[in-house]
Design a protein around this ligand. Sequence first.
Ligand SMILES: [Zn+2]
Length: 404
Amino acid sequence: MIALRPILPFAALVLLLSLSSFHSIAPATPDWGFFAHKRINRLAVLTLPPQMMVFFKPNIDYISDHAVDPDMRRYASKHEGPRHFIDLDNYGPPFDNLPRQRVDAMQYFTEIWVVKNTGDTVQLFGRQMPVAADIQPDYKKYFNTQVLPRLYEEVETLDPDSLAAFLNRHGMATDFQAAFFRDQMALHGVLPWHLQRMQRDLTEAFRRRDAKRILRLCADMGHYIGDAHVPLHTTSNYNGQKTGQHGIHGFWESRIPELFADESYDYFVGKPAYVERSTDWFWDMVFASNTMVDSVLTIERALRITFPPDRQSCPDMRLGRAVLAPCRDFSAAYSDALNNMVERRMRAAIHAVSSSWYTAWVDAGQPDMSRMDIPLPTEEERKEQEELQKTFNGGKIIGRAEEH
Ligand SMILES: [Zn+2]
């Protein structure tokens, strides 16, 4: 929920930007707009069974404080940004062709190109040029052995001999002097696939009883699941920029929870549930969010027309600066018209976060969480965290900026 697609801190910013003349505002500190992420992680801890609580409760501040690390990493790594969203409108509906499994998606989104002896560059395979069904199994083998390792190493050239051998096997021989691939998976976001990877890594961390890693991954997982519950994290119109509603991202996911979450939201979400099929579950999450995009946009647009214009933006103070933000009454009217959607998604996010942690723990064989040793951060880890904070404060997102 509340989450921010790209970055939350910016969500708030975005809000302001939409109100004109605030473009010079400096990047926010982590506590601006990070409210909901931290709240979700904290409340998720409180739903856990006693066998887990014994470890999580003493570390609740860590899990809450670090709920925003993934957004901060967006300033340090180009790989981070796409993990926070998926622009589903690029793929459907229907979404039948969209690979649900991460490994299938990596293949689906990778384009194979050759440079012919004539100098022409020609694409052989990719999302727009699918591999024929009968050679799919062999292509998968080729992909897994030849392309995947290079993809991880970010080497984009391919071994010409093995590609030629594959093409020869299937009567597709062609003359070429070089071959390379392009990974297009990140283009429209990777959120549901990234959740699969996180769930696997978290399960492994529980299995090894690696306390430090469990905490770190639980905090991260809470963030990404939070993002998956925000409708605007599932559309390319993530900040209303395509419909003249610039700023709606921060309005929905930052302004509303900041105003109303503490005073009126019901956070009782019950015990975590064990999730049998987490891949489907992650997809259900983003599809559910996506069905709400239309309401998020149309209801705000209608309200902008009917609500008195001079009562829509109000002066507010943020970090010692005067800014304009959606007025309290206007925000309440939007929230009511959405039938408390923000609260509903925040509750769903809390339950999903604790269910993800709980499922990882069960799948790891329910390791004993008492007497877990948490080593102090190493010098290197301390520096890394400082660096993260510094890059964040310095402020430039790599990749799609702000507002998601
Ligand atoms: Zn995020």
